[in-house]
Design a protein around this ligand. Structure first.
Ligand SMILES: [Zn+2]
Ligand SMILES: [Zn+2]
Length: 334
């Protein structure tokens, strides 16, 4: 079986992006042009508390996903505090015309005019936001019930404790790499956190995003992408592929295919220095090279808790798959 099929096209996506509709510097049109020129096929413009359907910018070879980034802060009126933890979630609409505001709170919506706030459909409790696990789980559940896939964003930058993160329920994917935080602060590569989630039985998917604002002289675009395998570039196919986990996170390396035959994985990829197969034990199997490795066959022990593959290239850039469970792999239950 294939974990990443060579028979499906891979579409390059940026699933975390800010425009002039919130605190980004580039307009949606400028972002589409920039990302298309860099070989991307998918862009989710996820402005802060600003759900927007940008489908009028979609073309046959470039797809806009509707969504937004929501935040829950320790201050119920959403005031930013650089020393306080907070939770950021990206909401990806299953249908392009879904612009529902979840758990509406006017003080969080500073980038939407009052008129626009009044026009939008709203769902969920409108009480002041609470920085509690219970409230955040209620927020995620409400978003799921109202047509969104919810991702959990940049936990390191958000300064959330691992204990809290392990208690969150209902999000479909962890932002394994956040380009902005990784580039600016060298701190947002979340493989250890992902392994902790897997050990606690939370088999969420993984993805990466630039979280670009393009407001500084140094570009924060094109740093971290999600490669999505889908039969074709339609809104439904892409959202379905994301929900199924037919995607992986990358800072540059590409997986051409990953196959599993019941005892070993065979990885074909762009040139890298390290290919690792993680199985939930202290001893992952791996091969090292001088930056020219493009192929590896790695053993999977009988007691493997899951299979997931990561690679690192000569410049230290990663690509990571999600974990595939024993059940998915057709292995007998432990
Ligand atoms: Zn954020
Ligand atoms: Zn963001």
């Amino acid at each position: 079986m294939y974990l990443i099929s060579p028979h499906l096209p891979q579409f390059k996506a940026n699933l975390h992006c800010h425009s002039t509709c919130s605190d980004g510097k580039l307009t949606p049109e400028e972002l589409v042009s920039a990302y298309r020129n860099e070989g991307y096929a998918i862009l989710a413009i996820t402005d802060h508390e600003s759900p927007r359907n940008h489908s009028s910018l979609s073309t046959e070879d470039f797809l806009l996903l509707t969504g937004y980034e929501a935040y829950i802060r320790t201050d119920p009126h959403c005031t930013y505090d650089v020393f306080a933890p907070e939770t950021h979630l990206n909401l990806f609409a299953r249908e392009p015309d879904n612009e529902t505001l979840i758990c509406y709170n006017p003080s969080c919506c500073k980038y939407l005019t009052l008129d626009k706030q009044q026009q939008l459909t709203k769902a969920g409790s409108e009480r002041p936001r609470e920085y509690t696990v219970a409230y955040i789980n209620e927020f995620i559940r409400t978003a799921n019930e109202n047509g969104y896939l919810v991702s959990y964003n940049h936990p390191v930058w958000s300064m959330e404790s691992e204990e809290r993160i392990l208690a969150y329920e209902g999000y479909f994917s962890l932002e394994l790499i956040n380009g902005n935080s990784h580039m600016r602060h060298k701190m947002e590569y979340n493989a250890p956190l992902y392994h902790a989630l897997l050990r606690s039985g939370k088999f969420v998917h993984v993805h990466a995003g630039d979280d670009n604002h393009n407001s500084k002289s140094e570009s924060d675009s094109f740093l971290a992408a999600t490669m999505i395998s889908a039969p074709s570039l339609t809104y439904k196919n892409v959202i379905d592929a994301m929900e199924k986990g037919d995607m992986y996170a990358t800072e540059a390396p590409v997986f051409h295919s990953i196959a599993f035959d019941g005892e070993r994985v065979t990885v074909e990829c762009s040139p890298v220095s390290l290919i690792t197969c993680h199985v939930g034990s202290k001893n992952p199997s791996f091969v090292c090279g001088d930056g020219d490795l493009t192929h590896a066959v790695l053993d999977v022990p009988q007691g493997a808790r899951y299979v997931r593959v990561s690679v690192t290239d000569q410049n230290g850039r990663h690509a990571d798959t999600r974990a595939y469970s024993r059940e998915e792999l057709g292995l007998f239950p432990l």
